[in-house]
Design a protein around this ligand. Structure first.
Ligand SMILES: O=C(O)C1=C[C@@H](OP(=O)(O)O)[C@@H](O)[C@H](O)C1
Ligand SMILES: C=C(OP(=O)(O)O)C(=O)O
Length: 443
């Protein structure tokens, strides 16, 4: 095992020869934040097992508390949320949303429909991440949401409106979270008549909608679906607590460990997600398999093992935008040029991930072509030592830990990752966990 040296400003990862081991994954961010909100909107009390403890869930928990929702942390792995049955006890609040898309977007819709006087804001980058499609959709049917900074972006000021539409139209090509937000708020609007949400244009990141529909179902609301074009919620359905609910391990967080196993020996097993996962990012394992790794799966685990040099890949990654970043770095270990297509949404996430990925991959010696919605990576013969900037993007930090795996070629040269604490967004002890699978290091 390596001793990861954590500094306030950077972490130095010694070259790793081989990885092997088993990792217990933190809870899924997407499932955690949806479950918290649905539990808060439900009638009854919900016990949540294995909730993610990270910045993104903290902002949701804090916001719910400010809105008057009672919850308790029973122990490290168990939370209890007392639902308020579709109402919010506190009608006026100022809510800090950090940089959590899964908090601000669904809360905006729920608060706009329930009504009250609420302000929502976040970190600087949050104020550069679009929310206009969601605000337009809601305001067009009677909500009252104003921008207090730049039009189209948080911060927002929500006032009581009257939102009881038959139909709502929302664009789906910037973020699927806008549709998720409207879907979760739809039962609150469908008081006397059905509500249909129509998707205008292309819908990206579709598997995240499946997570939304699955969790809504578990909280007692079924949604009628016409392909990906429209979704209908019948009236009279209210959220009801399932009693208790278990949060799967995070499939996006799994990607770093599975990629490590595929690159540097393995086997590496992740526990907490398996073949019946509701998270689209488990399909990351299919991409690794396509690149030549051996993947095995059980009910609650996935394992990756390498078979020598990875094969280059050319594929559409629209369905797994987060885990696709891991493929871009795994491409450093492939036998040729890899192309990741249809990932324009990378530009509006924690940073402009297409630009950031291209810049940092070049630092380790790759030849990179950055297109409007694609990235093409040709690995160097030998990876160079580099200091990687992370742009306050947890995934940049986690992805580039994989660049320490070329142990033999970079004897003595650590890979430096700046601002490693940004992993706290979804995986606060990522680097300790990563060092736990490193079997041999060279220094
Ligand atoms: O709904 C969700 O839980 C998420 C949807 C995706 O966003 P987009 O729909 O904006 O691609 C993903 O990138 C994000 O990390 C989580
Ligand atoms: C895009 C991401 O986050 P968010 O939920 O804030 O959109 C991410 O975690 O990669």
């Amino acid at each position: 095992m390596t001793q990861a040296k954590i500094y306030p400003q950077h972490i130095d990862l010694e070259p790793v020869m081989r990885v092997q081991g088993t990792v217990r994954l933190p809870g899924s961010k997407s499932i955690s934040n949806r479950t918290l909100l649905l539990a808060a909107l439900s009638e009854g009390t919900t016990t949540i097992h294995d909730l993610l403890a990270s910045d993104d869930t903290s902002v949701m928990l804090d916001a719910l508390k400010k809105l008057g929702i009672r919850w308790e942390e029973v122990d490290e792995r168990t939370h209890v949320v007392h639902g308020a049955g579709g109402k919010l006890p506190v009608a006026q609040a100022d809510l800090f949303m950090g940089n959590a898309g899964t908090a601000i977007r669904p809360l905006t819709a729920a608060l706009a429909v329930i009504g009250g006087d609420y302000t929502l804001h976040g970190v600087e980058r949050m104020h550069e991440r679009p929310i206009g499609d969601l605000v337009d959709a809601l305001n067009a049917v009677g909500a009252s949401i104003e921008y207090t900074g730049n039009p189209g972006y948080p911060p927002l000021h929500i006032r009581a409106g009257k939102v009881q539409p038959d139909r709502i139209a929302v664009r789906g090509n910037v973020s699927s979270q806008f549709l998720t937000a409207l879907l979760m708020a739809a039962p609150l609007m469908a008081v006397a008549k059905p509500v249909t949400i129509e998707v205008v244009g292309e819908l990206i990141s579709k598997p995240y909608i499946e997570i939304t529909l699955n969790l809504m179902r578990r909280f007692g609301v079924t949604v009628g679906q016409d392909g990906w074009a429209s979704f209908t919620v019948q009236p009279g359905q209210t959220y009801r607590s399932p009693g208790s609910i278990h949060v799967e391990g995070d499939a996006s967080s799994a990607s770093y460990f599975l990629a490590a196993g595929a690159i540097a020996g393995g086997p590496v097993r992740v526990e907490g997600v398996g073949k019946d996962s509701i998270q689209g990012d488990v399909r990351f394992a299919d991409a690794l398999e396509q690149m030549g790794a051996t993947i095995t799966k059980g009910d609650n685990w996935i394992e990756a093992k390498s078979n020598g040099v990875l094969k280059a890949i050319d594929a559409d990654f629209n369905h797994i935008p987060d885990a696709a970043m891991t493929i871009a770095v795994a491409a450093l270990y492939a036998d040729g040029t890899s192309t990741l297509r249809n990932i324009a949404s990378w530009r509006v996430k924690e940073t402009d991930r297409l630009a950031a990925m291209a810049t940092e991959l070049r630092k380790v010696g790759a030849t990179v072509e950055e297109g409007p919605d694609y990235i093409r990576v040709t690995p160097p013969d030998t990876l160079s030592h580099a200091t990687i900037d992370t742009y306050d993007d947890h995934r940049m930090a986690m992805c580039f830990s994989l660049a320490s795996l070329d142990g033999a070629a970079r004897r003595g040269n650590a890979m430096r990752i700046n601002d490693p604490k940004c992993v706290a967004k979804t995986f606060p002890d990522y680097f300790e966990t990563f060092s736990g699978i490193a079997q041999d290091t060279l220094s």
